[in-house]
Write a protein that binds this ligand. Sequence first.
Ligand code: PMM
Length: 285
Amino acid sequence: MTHAVLDRIAAAHQRPGPVVMGVVNVTPDSFSDGGRWIETDSAIAHGRELVAEGATIVDVGGESTRPGAERPSEDEELRRVVPVVEALAADGIAVSIDTMRASVAGAALDAGAVIINDVSGGLADPSMPALVAASGAPFVVMHWRGHAHDMQTRAEYDDVVAEVCAEMMARVDVLLAAGAARDQLVLDPGIGFAKTAEHNWQLLADLERVVDLGHPVLLGTSRKGFLGSVGRAEGDERPLDARAVVTAATSARAARAGVWCVRVHDVTATVDAIDVATALGELSS
Ligand code: PMM
């Protein structure tokens, strides 16, 4: 890895296997933890707790991306995230800002965030590529086909892995043309975003093809619907707070594939699973 921020994060991580990104959703309605960290103080405390559990990055978001969600105003999003980013960054924590708005990303960088995590890969806001280029910050290019309110109508693929890879690399080209550097760009196949459960499983099974694209890869499976339902009858899905183990199993899979980072809500279970994969000698580095 050549980007200075990613190198610093790797040095701070001090363990084999992927870096763990803990999630703080400062939202009333996120899919997995909506409403739990909507107060600034509880969000900050939760971010610190995730770091104590083994997270090296804390991802702070103020907009829910759950299927069907409506967007908050820009002012409301700023009000939710900026004080949380500021406090965690002041502690020396590597903070990423989960936003599709360039204005929010810029304000978060000013408040001390070091990574921009845009689930739209710069598609939702035409000003984002210029901000990425100007800031030089690592930028997560997630595979995305449209906003949450109707994204599941776009879950149509002939070959999901090939199409997701091609669509992510098309975004990389746009970002490079806007002046971004290649070593800023992290890829994420966007598990659950315009994907059916079957698409998600195909992407996980073939994750090496995403890693082979040559960029650091971030994977976000945590507590998602396909993990609630795996192995269960309809109507018997695992509740959200009982998905840490199934999530950790996918983190071990991601570690074996050589991903750079896993984004999770339950840090301890994922760290445990990566430790097992490490002890088994399953990690390439
Ligand atoms: N998933 C969610 C939110 N942000 N960011 C990235 N890079 N990758 C993801 O898969 C991703 C994300 C939705 O999860 P949540 O609302 O339950 O935290």
